[in-house]
Design a protein around this ligand. Sequence first.
Ligand SMILES: [Zn+2]
Length: 122
Amino acid sequence: MQVQLRKVRETESTFLMEKGSVRCIGSFWRSGELVKIEGMVEGKLRLTCDRCGESFEKEVSEPFVLEASDRPVKVDESLDVIECFDGMVDFDEICESEIASIESGYHLCPRCERDGEFETEL
Ligand SMILES: [Zn+2]
């Protein structure tokens, strides 16, 4: 779903994207020059264990908060701001990148997680 940034209103609208067994849901609204986006990635994600390389499924529920702007953003304000120079907010892309950022994090499969707990106990 793509939305023209200038047309976003101050009243909340919602978005939903599904990718396999994962969904990305949330809402967005105008706040001055910016568009605020609050969402959540939830569902079963297929991840790769960083220790043993096994792939496994994990139930995730990760909230995110972003802002979108069609103007260049100052460096110290650029954290979690999406620059939309073509004036369009692309929610598919936002959801894809939120899912990708969870996938690229550090993950242990349930077995390695248990082993890790043993190690810290010893
Ligand atoms: Zn593992």
